[in-house]
Design a protein around this ligand. Structure first.
Ligand code: UD1
Length: 418
């Protein structure tokens, strides 16, 4: 078992460079199946990235990750249109391969990705959209079998701006020769990154200011060399760590324009921030003020992925705060662990109330999901004494090397094999 061992209670001072965005890299890797030779820089080294590479190879394309550069050479013909159950389970985002496989093979067979620890995560919007595009879908015994007799142009209105469904429609539509409009599409920076990636391969996809996406499916896509945007959630995790521990830090390769609302909250809590074009500097106050009310919503509002780290900060800030989790139904699993540090948090349904206190007590905690694990790490860094966080495999799904990044910022944190 791997654990993070954290000797907390010290102010953080230092600088680190933010990794590439996981939620951009994974769909771009799937999109590379649609084209020729794709070189993707700034790909984070994560277990989910490795799972993507395995899926791409299993489908018959060449794929390798060297350092932070992935090179994918898609085959003339893919050798499989199925993804193994084991690989589907390894990574929830394997569902984004459905659009790419269908585009290439005109048929696909995958197992239902099922629920995961943060919620049920249904895929009905993905499948409804595919049906409108002309895909025939049969679902039985947890398998999804898709065939395309003929793709058709259409206008799809998503009932909710789902990130995954928007990506899947783009992946199927990009080289379809059809015109697809997505109304109420997701607008996350990672969606824009996927759009730019596909366009750099010769695609023709545009988004208007209202969040509608217009796909003019081309005949075929070529190769590209592309750099993934920095990870906004990793950026926020390190900013929250510095804010909570006190001190000063600089994050290189950070993009302020992707996290305007969380940054405003950090400023309201008393942090001083300098926002450069590709860096952010933060100076923490003596004691943080409470963040007040945080309600998770689709971009550009407050991201669900940052709820847990902001809650960790709230446990030590002055005053009370309230969190409303609107995206996933099981995203408060860090609360019981934070309570081990004597944090004053109570939850009812999708609401959590926090009463900030001056100090947390060091504790041994267990990460139950990726972002919750990052929140426990940040909380442990701010508490005097030795804490441990187990369940590191969750954290490794989204952070390239969390102990190195916090180490760069002056934290005493090591990974131990127990
Ligand atoms: C979501 C987040 C994304 C985050 C990612 C990983 C939002 C809007 N999306 O993306 O920012 O990076 O998790 O944590 O914040 N839904 C359905 N049916 C579907 C698809 C989705 O009911 O077919 C529901 C989900 O249950 C959820 C909401 O829509 O309540 C948002 O889902 P979606 O954006 O698709 O999830 P992800 O793509 O995983």
């Amino acid at each position: 078992m791997k654990v993070l061992e954290i000797n907390g209670g010290k102010r953080l001072y230092g600088e680190t460079t933010v990794q590439g965005a996981k939620n951009s890299a994974l769909p771009c890797l799937a999109a590379s199946l649609l084209g020729k030779r794709c070189v993707i820089h700034n790909c984070p080294n994560l277990t989910d990235t490795y799972a993507c590479i395995k899926i791409i190879k299993m489908l018959g394309a060449k794929a390798e990750l060297t350092g932070n550069t992935a090179i994918i050479e898609s085959a003339e013909e893919l050798k499989s249109y199925k993804i193994d159950d084991a690989l589907m389970k390894e990574m929830r985002s394997s569902i984004i391969f459905l659009g790419a496989i269908l585009s290439r093979c005109k048929q696909a067979e995958i197992s239902y990705p099922g629920g995961c620890c943060i919620g049920a995560r249904p895929i009905d919007m993905h499948l409804d959209a595919f049906r409108q595009m002309g895909v025939e879908i049969e679902e039985s015994c947890g398998r999804i079998v898709c065939n395309i007799p003929k793709l058709k142009s259409c206008r799809i209105r998503l009932p909710f701006p789902s990130v995954g469904a928007t990506e899947n429609i783009m992946l199927l539509g990009a080289a379809s020769n059809c015109e697809i409009t997505i109304e109420n599409a997701a607008k996350e920076p990672e969606i824009i990154d996927l759009l730019s990636f596909i366009n750099s391969m010769g695609g023709n996809i545009n988004m208007d200011d209202c969040g509608n996406i217009y796909i003019k499916g081309v005949e075929e896509l070529g190769g590209t060399e592309y750099r993934i945007i920095p990870d906004r959630i990793a950026t926020l995790t390190y900013l929250c760590g510095i804010a909570m521990c006190g001190g000063y830090g600089r994050l290189n390769s950070a993009r302020y324009e992707h996290i305007k609302i969380p940054i405003e909250i950090l400023e309201d809590m008393g942090c001083a921030l300098e926002k450069g074009e590709s860096y952010i500097e933060i100076k923490a106050p003596g004691r943080l003020k409470s963040p007040g009310l945080i309600s998770t919503r689709p971009y550009p509002m407050f991201p669900t992925d940052a709820q847990a780290v902001f809650m960790a900060m709230a446990t030590r800030s002055k005053g009370r705060s309230c969190f409303i989790e609107n995206i996933f139904e099981n995203r408060f699993r860090h609360i019981d662990e934070l309570k081990k540090m004597r944090a004053l948090v109570s939850a009812r349904g999708n609401l959590a109330y926090v009463k900030g206190r001056r100090k947390l007590k060091n504790a041994d905690m267990e990460a139950k999901d990726l972002r919750g694990g990052a929140a426990l790490t940040v909380a442990a860094l701010s508490a005097k004494g030795l804490s441990t966080v187990s369940g590191v495999e969750y954290i490794d799904r989204g952070y390239e090397n969390i102990e190195r990044s916090f180490g760069d910022l002056g934290a005493e944190i090591i990974r131990r094999e127990m």
